[in-house]
Design a protein around this ligand. Structure first.
Ligand code: MN
Ligand code: MN
Length: 457
């Protein structure tokens, strides 16, 4: 074989960078919508409200248990305000299986402890317990927003969202000045700031009768929200970086934002469902909570409430649920860790995914010898490859990093546990789990294209 002929046998990494002006415009329009979503839905509760609102406006109706549905019917089901499932009934019977895309809408953050408020030397603080895998030192000396719900003693509820509006105050965790940081700087990065050290400044003025700064903050909370310290005990309040998404680089090709992981897969899959027609197979989009802490809890994907929804659809249609599960296929749509040239030592270049390389497909995730992953079969991987190739979707394969460097899990193992075929596929990002993460505009749009292709397969 001649060299030129032989070279055709080589695998070439694809690119998600658009080739036409028309396509570039489509990407920009999509990214504008995506940024609006992530800038306005920074917690799972807000992501549920946002997507439910868009779905209802697009003709979806709230799902009623036992309702008989027909092809083209569009329903949504909210699970305890923290996760949401959407379905569009397909032309084929449910026993022929669904096309499911599952992603998560919770992000790493700082949750307030049940008894958060205290004062020390003239400053009022909120104690926190971090949620998900964070680098603790990144959370000091940055502006923070506060979001959540508080229930008063009479059972009424108040929603707190403060810090996103430029007119709002923000919150802040102080760091030690480097000038006197000799002891701190000699610690390892994980000890540099301790979990108990992540205390958020909530105020610094004493109350009028000099009752202390804690009392002053409580008085303000009472005036503004009609709540007491007792109400904070049952509340769910969380701090996230007070930063809006931004374009990065002179060419504006990247987006920096808090919590791309995993709203960057949730939103494109949701949009694909909204804009798709009546599919052959029933489409199901699952936006789950609690992935960052292991998918536990009644709103996490480990909960039977997810397959129960599909079971209820089957029962109402008189279709066999077991056959439906057996014939279904699911994309576990979660971010991939893109190769970072500045930290090349942690990656194995040939088996990494790259920015602007399209969606990242992972046969397996896990750590310490694939522990905790679902390890998709060659049959599943090649099936997905055919779907993407046919639709012209740019896709790449890759692992998180070098074998012995660690790893991560996704919701794939939970989906597999339900008896549904599953494979990981998402947007490759840089700085995963940092206070701001970085992604390619074009890869985000490719996730949308991948979702459309998958739902129509
Ligand atoms: Mn994730
Ligand atoms: Mn994550």
């Amino acid at each position: 074989m001649e060299r030129k002929e032989a070279e055709k046998l080589l695998y070439k990494r694809p690119s998600s960078i658009p080739k036409t002006e028309e396509e570039k415009l489509k990407v920009e329009a999509f990214i504008k919508d995506y940024r609006h979503f992530i800038d306005n839905a920074k917690t799972e509760r807000q992501a549920v409200i946002y997507t439910e609102g868009e779905a209802l406006a697009a003709g979806f109706t709230p799902y009623t248990h036992g309702a008989t549905l027909k092809a083209g019917d569009k329903v949504c089901y909210v699970n305890r305000d923290k996760s949401i499932i959407f379905a569009v009934i397909g032309k084929r019977p449910l026993s022929e299986g669904c096309r499911i895309i599952a992603s998560h809408i919770d992000n790493p953050r700082l949750d307030l402890k049940p008894q958060p408020l205290y004062e020390n030397t003239g400053i009022a603080y909120f104690k926190t317990h971090y949620y998900g895998g964070i680098k603790k030192y990144q959370w000091t000396a940055i502006p923070l927003e506060l979001h959540g719900v508080v229930y008063r003693a009479d059972g009424t509820r108040v929603d707190i969202n403060i810090g996103a509006d430029p007119q709002d105050p923000v919150f802040y965790i102080s760091d030690l000045m480097p000038h006197i940081g000799k002891d701190q700087m000699s610690k390892t990065a994980s000890e540099f700031i301790s979990g108990e050290g992540l205390n958020i400044i909530g105020g610094s003025l004493p109350s009028d009768e000099d009752g202390g700064v804690k009392l002053r903050v409580l008085s303000i909370l009472n005036e503004k929200y009609n709540i007491t310290e007792r109400d904070l005990i049952t509340a769910e309040l969380t701090a996230v970086p007070a930063m809006m998404s931004r374009e990065v680089g002179f060419d504006r090709s990247l987006i920096a934002a808090y919590g791309h992981d995993d709203r960057i897969c949730a939103y494109p899959s949701f949009r694909a469902l909204l804009e798709n027609g009546v599919p052959e197979h029933t489409s199901v989009i699952m936006l789950a909570d609690k992935e960052e802490i292991g998918s536990y809890g009644v709103t996490g994907l480990g909960s039977e409430s997810y397959p129960d929804f599909i079971r209820a659809l089957c029962e109402a249609a008189g279709e066999d649920f077991l056959a439906c599960k057996k014939n279904s296929i699911c994309l576990s749509a979660d971010v991939g860790g893109a190769y970072d040239p500045c930290y090349a030592d942690a990656y194995e270049a040939a088996n990494s995914t790259y920015i602007h390389g399209g969606v990242a497909v992972s046969k397996y995730t896990g750590s310490r010898g694939k522990g905790g992953c679902s390890d998709a079969s060659a049959e599943t991987l090649s099936k997905l490859a055919l779907i993407f190739d046919k639709a012209g979707v740019a896709w790449q394969v890759g692992e998180y990093g070098k074998v012995d460097q660690g790893g991560a899990g996704t919701v794939a193992s939970e989906i597999a546990h339900f008896g549904i075929e599953v494979i990981d596929c998402g947007v490759p990002i840089l700085s995963m789990h940092s206070v701001t993460e970085l992604a390619s505009k074009y890869d985000i749009y490719e996730m949308y294209k991948a979702s459309v292709a998958f739902l129509n397969s």
